[in-house]
Ligand binder design. Sequence first.
Ligand SMILES: [Zn+2]
Ligand SMILES: [Zn+2]
Length: 242
Amino acid sequence: MREAAYRAYRVFWQSLDLLYPPECGGCGQPGARWCARCDTAAERLTPPWCPSCGMPTPDGEICLRCREHPPVLQAFRSWAFFDGPVRNALHRIKYRRDIALADALALQMLKMYRTYLNWNVDVVLPVPLSSQRLRERGYNQAALFALPLALGLDVPYRPKTLQRVRHTRSQVDLSWGERRKNVAGAFAASSDGVSGKTILLVDDVITTGATLNACASALLAAGARAVYAFSVARTPLRSAAP
Ligand SMILES: [Zn+2]
Ligand SMILES: [Zn+2]
């Protein structure tokens, strides 16, 4: 049933592309929403990686950062580094609400999920925006990935389960420690729909994981069994902020 819903979702965007030929969200060339060249150029995160955060490590050992600050999340992964065409595409999705481009990237995430992750999750949720940010932007860009992922994985999508209860300042110029303090206690989850469940949180970009850990703490406090997270992109360690 949901498999059919996902097919319908994809067919809808594909037929729209026939009517209005798209340009690539990575490079701007006409033809495809996400072209083969940008797909090749996207720097994927693949094993060997830290079992906790998914950052590449030489022999698949746990990374120093996760050893020093064990994440609340069971594990988190990202499809590619936040760079080049991936950065362009995410910018376009965040500020121009390109839902079809988000769907094209979600398809790539789904391929990675099936190849490497296959976590047994019960519910899919996007990382929520504050109501103030939602009013300013009009939509939550993380939801543009979470919905097609939920459909593709055939798992219920429950965007209202987790709320951001406190508006937090932008994390862009904050250090790792400051980010943790900035988002601590910023989220709350309702226990119905979460209790005893394994949750998959979806976001566009993961930088330090501070936001995800704050979300995971709220979900675990509401009775979730375990929390995983999956994002389109990961900020490379060499640059501190998206
Ligand atoms: Zn392209
Ligand atoms: Zn790690």
